[in-house]
Design a binder for this molecule. Structure first.
Ligand code: DGY
Length: 319
């Protein structure tokens, strides 16, 4: 039982440091506590605001009997034990919808950079080794006219498909359930996972991390891909088996990869992947634009305040 005197303002534990936009939106509506406040009943906690990806598990929820809401700054909620939250009647909010375009843009940036060797080319163009234009060097893979396979046709996957159509690509997809209305509207083709891997010149991963998708891209899956194929991951690192990808990039099982997420994240500084020229890596930047971050801040703060007030969340994660 929480016997401590209540603060006039609800107390919210957040992992920070928080973005100034989030802080401005919160104003003096809540009393912010450091994430360490979740470690024990030092102060009652009314809300959790997960800004990075701190784990929220059953034990933590049991330590916080007064908890009214968990609000996540982002769409992926694999760090939150949803079953435990729902069993305790604690609503969880996230920010889908506002970050799809930015994340799909980054998927395309990685796809283009990896296929046209943009980062490698940048390094070469700055180096003393670049002494004259050589039409025979640094040839890449053509994007237009190729086939894109999208694994996970949710909101982000659909935006990736729309961009691919603009690049004159044929698009196939794999999803838990076929989406005939999107197929018809965009001219996509539903494929089995194996067929998608075998036929695609580019495979883009847009699935959430779940028990079904953890380790989905392993040595077996990589072995089914074309030796000229490029893998792009904008979902979560553990969807790909890191060591298997390293082996595939080293042996030429696939041609190249573009990763916005890794497992672990970040990779150890001496990890073999960091030495690979056929890998383009970004530090989890999928939704990192000013406008998208602002929208994520607005929606996550709205979720938090609604939950603290006992109101329905504007964007609840289905239990
Ligand atoms: C998301 O929205 O899931 C991003 O990874 C940021 O958390």
């Amino acid at each position: 039982m929480d016997t401590q005197p209540r603060s006039p303002r609800p107390r919210v534990a957040a992992d920070g440091p928080l973005d100034p936009t989030v802080l401005a939106l919160l104003g003096d509506r809540v009393e912010l506590l450091p994430w360490e406040a979740t470690a024990g009943p030092i102060l009652p906690v009314d809300g959790l605001y997960t800004y990075g990806h701190p784990a929220v598990d059953a034990e933590m929820l049991d330590r916080l009997p007064g908890l009214r809401v968990v609000s996540n700054y982002g769409v992926g909620i694999d760090h939150i034990d949803m079953a435990a939250a729902s069993a305790r009647g604690i609503p969880v909010g996230n920010t889908p919808g506002v970050l799809d375009g930015a994340t799909a843009d980054l998927a395309f940036a990685l796809l283009l950079a990896a296929s046209r060797r943009v980062v490698e080319g940048d390094r070469y163009a700055r180096s003393p080794a670049f002494t004259s234009y050589d039409p025979g060097s640094m040839l890449g893979r053509e994007v237009h006219g190729s086939t894109l396979g999208i694994v996970g046709l949710g909101r982000i996957g659909e935006k990736v498909a729309r961009r691919a159509i603009g690049f004159d690509m044929a698009v196939c997809y794999q999803n838990r359930n076929p989406r005939p209305e999107v197929e018809a509207a965009l001219g996509l083709r539903y494929s089995s996972f194996e067929q998608l891997l075998a036929e695609s010149d580019f495979v883009v991963l847009c699935v959430p991390l779940t028990d079904r998708t953890r380790g989905l891209i392993d040595a077996n899956a990589l072995g089914r891909m074309k030796p000229t194929a490029v893998l792009v991951n904008v979902s979560r690192g553990p969807v790909v088996v890191t060591d298997d990808l390293l082996a595939a990039l080293r042996s030429g099982t696939i041609a190249a990869a573009g990763l916005d997420v890794t497992d672990p994240e970040p990779l150890p500084r001496d990890h073999g992947l960091l030495a690979m020229d056929n890998l383009v890596l970004t530090p989890h930047l999928g939704s990192a634009t000013d406008r998208t971050r602002r929208r994520m801040a607005e929606l996550s703060v709205a979720n938090l305040l609604a939950g603290l007030d006992g109101l329905p969340l504007p964007s609840p994660v289905p239990p």
